[in-house]
Design a protein around this ligand. Structure first.
Ligand code: RAT
Ligand code: ZN
Length: 416
């Protein structure tokens, strides 16, 4: 913003450049089209998204099991009626559906679910993927891939031609958080793993990680952990991390993503919508970064109260990369605060957002909403600089936008 440039002109420049900069979506629950029906899309899946299920139950009176016994279309109708017809869809997850429909060119004023269904029915997944990625400005989508998922595993085992827009991340929650149940599963797959963490078991866990890292061509490994996760600690989680997972990641130059603060199944009757959250002990992450300087960590945390501590850790450890406004933090009030805080404390070596999309169409709203906030925050930062005469050129803005939308992440992953 030179002396002659108004704030609104600067804002328009930033917004135009951000919109034109394609993003690498580093964490989603979407699938390469080769996985067939595992890739969810369309109005009914948008409506039965677990974020909306928990909101709908605030109004619904029918028992949980009656709801789950209904076909998906009926569940979608109940959610539509409760959250979009009987009340205004102001929550972020509801607004997301409306933004998505609008961006797709649908008339949202009609509030006509049968008409919406008719429109979606004309699409073929292959074309629809391209359309959604175009509208979202997304160039590459990282999946969450679990060898422990019975629907997903056979597809990997059989092999398929990869769609180059979809990359993989190896998810290992069962291995790290429920070893007691997982050891026999590994044994059933031919790995000589026993309940106690003997040297033999550790090397077999490493062989398992090797096999799946290769099969998936995984870009990183990942786990979500509860608020009370500690390190070092006399727990199987901590021991498996230290002895098997981190040495594997180090040897392959792969980051380990830690998603901290989830309390699984606070209300199991809500199924996938039943997870809660808590404040994490970030001293565990501090020790991991310090004790494993040759490892790279990606981290995102659920609790708002943890966000400043996380930024400060990133200032101390260059083997830590902060990413995303995860799940319950993915609401504008918190995204804006977190993004400002991150830029102010760490600058541009951060990945401010991932979509966490579970339904393909969601990438449209997740990235439209995020880009708008990013534009506001970046404009404020540039405007502050402009007061000193430090003007940003379009090329500067482009470079910064690329860092935020995948460039900084790629550089971190490529680091030795
Ligand atoms: O945001 C979500 O959809 C959650 O259900 C979780 O999947 C979370 O993102 C995770 O990856 O554990
Ligand atoms: Zn996720």
């Amino acid at each position: 913003m030179s002396h002659s440039e108004s704030r609104s002109a600067l804002g328009a420049r930033v917004e135009t450049i951000l919109t034109a900069t394609p993003v690498t979506d580093i964490h989603t629950h979407l699938y390469d089209p080769a996985f067939g029906d595992l890739l969810l899309w369309g109005i009914d899946d948008l409506l039965v998204y677990h974020y909306l299920v928990s909101e709908a139950f605030r109004w619904l009176e029918l028992p949980y099991d009656k709801f789950w016994a209904l076909p998906k279309a009926r569940q979608a109708e109940l959610i539509w009626d409760a959250l979009f017809v009987k009340h205004s869809p102001v929550s972020e997850a509801c607004r997301g559906v409306v933004t998505t429909l609008h961006a797709l060119g649908l008339d949202v004023r009609a509030r006509d679910l049968p008409a919406l269904r008719k429109w979606f029915a004309q699409w073929k997944p292959a074309d629809y993927i391209t359309r959604c990625m175009e509208l979202a400005g997304v160039k590459s989508i990282c999946m969450t891939n679990s060898p422990f998922d019975d629907l997903e595993r056979p597809v990997w085992e059989k092999g398929f031609n990869r769609d180059e827009r979809f990359t993989a991340a190896l998810r290992i929650d069962p291995l790290l958080v429920s070893w007691g149940d997982t050891a026999p599963i590994l044994a059933g797959w031919g790995y000589q793993a026993s309940g106690s963490l003997t040297d033999r078991t550790i090397s077999e866990v490493r062989r398992f990680l090797e096999d799946w890292t290769r099969k998936m061509d995984a870009r990183y490994l990942m786990v979500s952990l509860p608020p009370d996760f500690d390190f070092p600690a006399d727990t199987t989680t901590a021991r498996l991390l230290a002895k098997a997972v981190l040495p594997h990641c180090r040897d392959h130059g792969l980051p380990m993503a830690l998603m901290l603060g989830v309390k699984r199944q606070v209300n199991p009757a809500l199924r996938m919508a039943g997870d809660g959250m808590g404040r994490s002990r970030l001293v565990a992450l501090e020790r991991l970064c310090a004790l494993f300087p040759d490892n790279k960590f990606l981290a995102t945390v659920l609790s708002r109260e943890n966000q400043q501590d996380l930024c400060v850790l990133a200032r101390k450890f260059r083997n830590l990369h902060v990413f995303g406004c995860w799940w319950f933090t993915n609401v504008p009030v918190i995204i804006e605060e977190m993004t400002r805080m991150r830029l102010e404390l760490i600058g541009l070596s951060v990945t401010p957002q991932h979509s966490d999309a579970r339904v393909l169409d969601q990438v449209i709203y997740k990235w439209r909403h995020t880009r708008r906030i990013l534009a506001r925050v970046l404009t404020d930062k540039y405007a502050d600089l402009a007061e000193t005469g430090w003007d940003v050129t379009d090329a500067d803005i482009q470079r910064d936008a690329q860092d935020l939308l995948g460039g900084a992440f790629a550089r971190f992953c490529a680091k030795a």
